[in-house]
Design a protein around this ligand. Structure first.
Ligand SMILES: Cc1cc2nc3c(=O)[nH]c(=O)nc-3n(C[C@H](O)[C@H](O)[C@H](O)COP(=O)(O)OP(=O)(O)OC[C@H]3O[C@@H](n4cnc5c(N)ncnc54)[C@H](O)[C@@H]3O)c2cc1C
Length: 411
């Protein structure tokens, strides 16, 4: 039964069915077999907050199995060896994956290559030598990368970064500090954004370049892991760069014009976050419906109380709206539109709707909803983080209003 009248190509629906089967075999089964490693934070993480080697091995295994099965690179461009399906496929598959896997089968994060950690259109911009050196391993899921844009003094105002790449012989020396970089503790490469022309950068007319840097480069030091929302470990890190040498083959895109690569990547991140939010929200709503029909109070199922059922009706309305927005914007992007306003609206709305939906699902379950076992609080935390990552809700509202006042009032 579908509530969506949009025409999703049969090919994409078939891949989505196969991805679900893959997730049952490679993700959900893996979490059952390795429950004590993957779902007990004392084992998932080391004392210093990094993932344990055994955990990293598991997520690498999922990436590699997915690459082998043809899912990992489904939306990576064909010129890289990917399948070249666009944003609609990316959205539909991610939404299905999170709806199925929920929050505790978190290895599902590694089934489809995320633009920041794996092959994506961003990698089309690397040099021929870089392709030779890194592409085969990245496409096979053996290695991964991350995206170093944010700095202690440059978050929403990302162009205010201070990291410098100063010319040195035939290359550059990078010095600066990056923060919040997801996957830096486990990635083999990082795309680092640095000022190469201070004058242009100060006038906000380019002057920022992107470089592909191996994380074991001399001078690169992941100083600490950032733990969030009460967790004892994490995947975000703070990294110091001290005279890290890079050569011209490590340049990503054109010199002084790296910032637009960052913006492009973040746009893909907004599709990812929208799809994941809707998937996790649907997963939590379905759990709430199930529980409300079984749990009894005052002699009847709690679903009979409008105080319980009406909030779930609100979740359904909002999830449906977010889902339609997501499919719509993915189609716009695939047709070559930039869809700046629509993408901002979709991401902001989806993650906020998902926060409300996961919170209502927790409330429906009473005390049970607060247990680690159900994973609802983890789902809530994940979508809550997405209200900040890849453009905060306020920055997205700013973008939407800027578009409106430029006359883009198509709705
Ligand atoms: C889970 C997670 C993963 C992340 N992963 C990465 C990563 O891999 N790589 C990377 O480079 N970065 C990453 N980030 C960083 C992320 O991009 C920044 O957190 C985000 O850009 C916001 O910057 P900030 O946290 O410094 O907040 P700030 O920019 O300091 O904002 C603080 C508050 O002020 C508001 N604000 C700021 N400017 C305005 C304005 N003009 N109008 C209205 N309100 C405004 C913000 O909305 C926010 O509420 C990640 C963040 C999170 C939470």
């Amino acid at each position: 039964m579908s509530a969506i009248a949009f025409d999703i190509p049969e090919e994409i629906n078939l891949i989505a069915d196969s991805v679900e089967a893959f997730c049952k075999k490679e993700v959900i089964a893996r979490h059952e077999t390795h429950h004590d490693l993957l779902n007990n934070p004392r084992n998932t993480y080391r004392e210093d907050g990094r993932m344990s080697d055994a955990t990293v091995e598991q997520l690498r295994a999922v990436r590699m199995a997915s690459a082998e099965a043809g899912f990992y690179n489904v939306s990576a461009p064909e010129d890289l060896g990917g399948s070249g399906f666009g944003m609609l496929a990316y959205y539909v598959l991610l939404e299905r994956i999170y709806r199925l896997c929920g929050s505790h089968n978190w290895l599902c994060d590694f089934v489809i290559s995320h633009w920041a950690f794996g092959p994506s259109p961003v990698l089309s911009q690397i040099t021929p030598r870089a392709r030779e050196e890194i592409l085969a391993d990245m496409m096979a899921g053996r290695t991964c990368m991350c995206f170093g844009m944010s700095e202690p003094g440059a978050g929403s105002d990302a162009a205010n970064l201070k990291t410098r790449a100063v010319e040195d012989g035939d290359g550059w020396l990078i010095t600066g500090r990056k923060i919040w970089t997801s996957h830096i503790p486990i990635a083999e490469h990082v795309i680092v954004f640095a000022i190469t022309d201070p004058d242009r950068a100060s006038r906000k007319k380019g002057g920022i370049s992107a470089f592909l840097v191996p994380t074991d480069s001399p001078g690169l030091n992941v100083e600490s892991i950032i733990c969030m929302q009460g967790h004892i470990g994490g995947i975000e890190g703070i990294t110091a760069f001290e005279d890290v040498k890079v050569e011209p083959w490590q340049l990503v895109g054109k010199l002084h014009e790296g910032f637009r690569i960052g913006l492009f990547g973040v746009s893909m991140g907004r599709i990812f976050n929208s799809a994941r939010a809707v998937g996790l929200a649907r997963w939590s709503l379905e759990m709430a419906i199930d529980y409300a029909t079984q749990r009894e109070a005052f002699g009847q199922p709690i679903a009979e109380f409008q105080g319980v059922s009406f909030p779930l009706a609100n979740s359904a309305m909002e999830i449906h709206a977010a889902h339609l927005m997501g499919i719509n914007v993915a189609k716009l992007l695939d047709s070559g539109e930039r869809a700046i306003k629509e993408l901002s609206m979709t991401k902001a709305y989806s993650v906020q709707a998902a926060v409300r939906a996961t919170d209502r699902a927790i409330q429906t379950h009473g005390a049970m909803g607060l247990t680690n076992e159900l994973g609802l609080t983890e789902a809530y935390e994940r979508v809550r983080r997405a209200n900040v990552a890849d453009g905060t809700n306020e920055i997205l509202a700013r973008t939407i209003s800027q578009r409106l006042f430029k006359g883009d009032v198509a709705l």
